[in-house]
Design a protein around this ligand. Structure first.
Ligand SMILES: O=P(O)(O)OC[C@H]1O[C@H](OP(=O)(O)O)[C@H](O)[C@@H]1O
Length: 327
C-alpha cells in the first residue's frame, strides 16, 4: 500500500486498494464505491477543525483518484461529492459530504435504469446481441429488454485477459437469456449471427471516441465491416470533461502477468538459456474506438450519435474542470 499519510481513513485505503486490484471494478461501480468511501471518510474523521476536515477529505479523494487512470467516472464522482462540501463547522461539513455522496449514489442508480430503458428500445424480439467484457450499463439495457418481455439471445466474448465476459454470461443466464460464449478471436465469424454489438465505456471523449476494454475497437471495426450496429451504453458520468480542452485519456497498462503468468512464461522458455530475456508481454487494459465506428451512445438523457456528445458534455460540465483534491 502507498504511503497516503495519516489523514486517510483505513476503510478508504481499503477501497482504494480494492479498486487498484480490480476487486471493485467497472466504471459505474468504481464511482459508487468512491462516493461511498468519501462518505465513510467524513463519518470517521477525527478532525476538530473545518480546515483539518477538508484536508482529510481531499487526501482521501486523492488516494482514490490515483488508483486507476482511465475510467473518468472516478474523478467525476470525487469532484461531484467534494463540490458539495459546505459548512462552517465540522458537523456541517460532515453532513454535507454524507448527503452529497448519498445523492450521487442514488442518481447513479436512477441514471442506469433510465439508460436501460433507452437502450432496450433498440432491441427487438429475436435479436442476437454480441457483448464485450462486463458492463453494468450495457447489462441494464439487456435487463430492461428482458423485463419488457423481448426475446433476446447473447453472444458473449470471453474478453481476455481477465475473462470478464464470464461475469456477463453469468448475469444473463440468471435472467434466462440464452448465452453462447466465444473466444475473442471468433468475433468476426459470429458477427454473422449478431444483430447488435453492445458495449459499455470507461470514458467518452469530446469527439465521441469511446474508451473501453481492450478489444472494443477491433470489434467495432469488424462490426462495421459486417454491417452490425454498435451501441455504447454509458451514463453521463463516463463523459470526460477534460477532453473538451484537448486532454487525452490515459490508457491504463496493467501487470503483464495477467497476459502471461509465471507458468505460461516458464513453458515458453523451458530449458532454453537466454530465451526469457527477450520475452515480454504487454497489457493495455483499454483501447479507443473512433466515433465513425459507433452508431449510438445510449445515456440516461437519451441516445446520441457520437459526434454530438460534446453538446451534452458542455451542458453537463460547463467548460472548466478543477481537481478539488489538488487545491
Ligand atoms: O460502468 P460499467 O458499465 O459497469 O462498466 C464500464 C466498463 O468498465 C470496465 O472496465 P474495468 O473492468 O473496470 O477495467 C469495462 O471496460 C466496462 O465496459
Amino acid at each position: 500500500m502507498d504511503d497516503r499519510g495519516h489523514d486517510v481513513a483505513p476503510a478508504v485505503e481499503t477501497t482504494a486498494d480494492e479498486i487498484a486490484a480490480m476487486e471493485i471494478r467497472g466504471a459505474a461501480t468504481i464511482a459508487d464505491a468512491a462516493a461511498e468511501a468519501l462518505a465513510i471518510q467524513a463519518q470517521r474523521s477525527d478532525a476538530d477543525r473545518p480546515d483539518a476536515f477538508e484536508r482529510q477529505l481531499r487526501a482521501a479523494a486523492k488516494a482514490l483518484y490515483e488508483t486507476r487512470p482511465t475510467a473518468v467516472s472516478l474523478p467525476n464522482a470525487l469532484r461531484y461529492v467534494l463540490a458539495g462540501m459546505d459548512g462552517e463547522t465540522v458537523a456541517k461539513l460532515r453532513a454535507s459530504i454524507v448527503d452529497r455522496a448519498g445523492e450521487f449514489r442514488r442518481d447513479l442508480d436512477r441514471a442506469q435504469s433510465k439508460l436501460g430503458s433507452v437502450g432496450a428500445n433498440r432491441l427487438r424480439d429475436g435479436d442476437v446481441v454480441m457483448t464485450h467484457c462486463h458492463s453494468t450499463d450495457a447489462l441494464a439495457c439487456l435487463e430492461a429488454a428482458v423485463e419488457d418481455g423481448t426475446e433476446i439471445e447473447a453472444i458473449v466474448k470471453e474478453t481476455r485477459p481477465r475473462m470478464q465476459g464470464h461475469i456477463t454470461a453469468g448475469q444473463l443466464r440468471e435472467w434466462g437469456v440464452p448465452v453462447t460464449v466465444i473466444v475473442d478471436g471468433a468475433a468476426r465469424r459470429y458477427l454473422d449471427r449478431a444483430d447488435h454489438v453492445l458495449v459499455g465505456a470507461d470514458s467518452i471523449a469530446a469527439d465521441g471516441s469511446v474508451i473501453n476494454k481492450i478489444g472494443t475497437s477491433g470489434l467495432a471495426v469488424l462490426a462495421r465491416e459486417r454491417g452490425v450496429p454498435v451501441t455504447v451504453a454509458a451514463q453521463t458520468i463516463k463523459l470526460h470533461p477534460d477532453t473538451m480542452t484537448g486532454h487525452t485519456v490515459e490508457i491504463e497498462r496493467r501487470d503483464e502477468r495477467e497476459v502471461l503468468d509465471e507458468e505460461a512464461r516458464a513453458a515458453i522458455t523451458d530449458g532454453v538459456d537466454g530465451v526469457d530475456d527477450g520475452l515480454t508481454a504487454e497489457n493495455p487494459a483499454f483501447d479507443v474506438t473512433p466515433p465513425r465506428y459507433v452508431d449510438a451512445i445510449v445515456t440516461e438523457h437519451g441516445q446520441f450519435p457520437p459526434e454530438t456528445i460534446v453538446t451534452l458534455m458542455r451542458e453537463l460540465f460547463g467548460e472548466t474542470v478543477d481537481e478539488p483534491w489538488e487545491l
